[in-house]
Ligand binder design. Sequence first.
Ligand SMILES: [Zn+2]
Ligand SMILES: [Zn+2]
Length: 252
Amino acid sequence: MDRNRAIADLRWVIAYWPDLHDSRLHGTPTPWRRPQLTPEQLVERDHAAWLERLERTGDALGASRAPLRVPVLDVLTDLLTDAVDLADELAAALTCPSMEPPSTGLADPRPYLEFAARRLAEVDDADLGAWAYERSRVMVATAARALGLVYDGQVLDVECPWCRGITPETPGGGARTWQVRDLFGGRSCGHGQPYRRFCTECEQQIVITCENAGCEPPLGCAGTWWRGQPCWPLHDWDWLAEQVRAIEAYVS
Ligand SMILES: [Zn+2]
Ligand SMILES: [Zn+2]
């Protein structure tokens, strides 16, 4: 249900806010937990490292010596703006008092996210839930991208080596059919954590699935199956990345 998904998204952003906030300082390594799936991603990462080095040394013409990482600051202010908007619009839709606006563009968005999550939990309105979910997805994507994290529903920029992304909509192939799934995301935690994804006691099942109905990897290549689709749990991701690289090397 969209409303619950939106609430889970908001809790996700709340949980990762401290990481995001810490990553604004130079010298704090950005956590890199995304599987290395394509050479492009490696290049992208090198490029990011190069930009960061440039920023730090101030070698570039006109480079600022600002102590803060500017792209991360943008992410922080964007998230705050989105969180405040969501909280305000939910308050308006439910005709309840809204929150005080933030004092600065670098204020903590968590109270606004918390407020929005609580308002959503109070009303069972499918339209409002769907509307909030659209917004919460954007926030999760923004934060996850800044932190290099995978998140539920993330589409990977990879062509499946087995079905080649051939779907009814893209008969020529090339569709991006791989998605990250948090299979137990809908369950709740029995250990008092607001979001089970961050509970160390709850079992986690994060997988990549190929969503293409026509995908049938040969025996031994599908890690396992989920709702009729091949899926690969975390421990298979290095192997999966190798398959993608091998195919790409063969094709090019
Ligand atoms: Zn496939
Ligand atoms: Zn738990």
